[in-house]
Write a protein of this length. Structure first.
Length: 179
């Protein structure tokens, strides 16, 4: 049995109209320029809604307030504020959200600066610091810790892997003569 699966995208929700998980084998795949044909077997389970907000797929098996933190710019506090404002049960799994709840979340999140806009703003702030030659900008440029941490020891995250400097032959001889 071969048929075309229908996929609908409504307001950022991707809904696949299958009755269950899809199994596809390589030799069953036939493509041409206009359509993709798959041979599909249904296991009779309920269809799933994939919650996609701000270009991020929320993890299905997590609680709503935790799953929202997958979006760059939304932490635990902001996520719990959003869920409380919309009166959604924070313990509810993303899998069990209704379409109207997902659309409410999407509309509420538009009020915040997230993902690409936030990343762009942070990058511009760092670039501005480097352009005006501030101390913090110089530390960014040299890839050293910016907030006053010591660098004699530690700071390996910013400085990278330790490079040992080998002592040359002349330096060893000079050391012996002076000693």
């Amino acid at each position: 049995m071969s048929f075309k699966p229908e996929a609908q995208a409504t307001a950022g929700i991707i809904r696949l109209n299958f009755l269950g998980p899809v199994q596809c084998y390589q030799n069953d795949l036939a493509t041409d320029s206009t359509q993709l044909t798959l041979r599909i077997w249904s296991t009779g389970k309920k269809e799933k809604i994939m919650a996609r907000i701000a270009g991020v797929d929320l993890p299905r098996n997590k609680r709503v307030d935790i799953a929202l933190t997958a979006i760059y710019g939304i932490g635990r506090y902001t996520a719990s504020q959003i869920v409380n404002d919309l009166e959604i049960d924070p313990g509810k799994k993303v899998d069990n959200l209704a379409e109207n709840e997902v659309s409410q979340l999407r509309d509420k999140i538009l009020d915040y600066k997230i993902e690409g806009d936030l990343r762009r703003e942070v990058d511009q702030n760092v670039k501005r610091l480097m352009d005006i030659n501030s101390y913090r900008g110089l530390r960014h440029r040299r890839q050293l810790p910016v907030r006053g941490q010591r660098t004699n020891t530690n700071a390996r995250t910013r400085k990278g892997k330790a490079r040992t400097i080998s002592v040359g032959r002349k330096a060893k001889e000079v050391g012996r003569k002076g000693g």
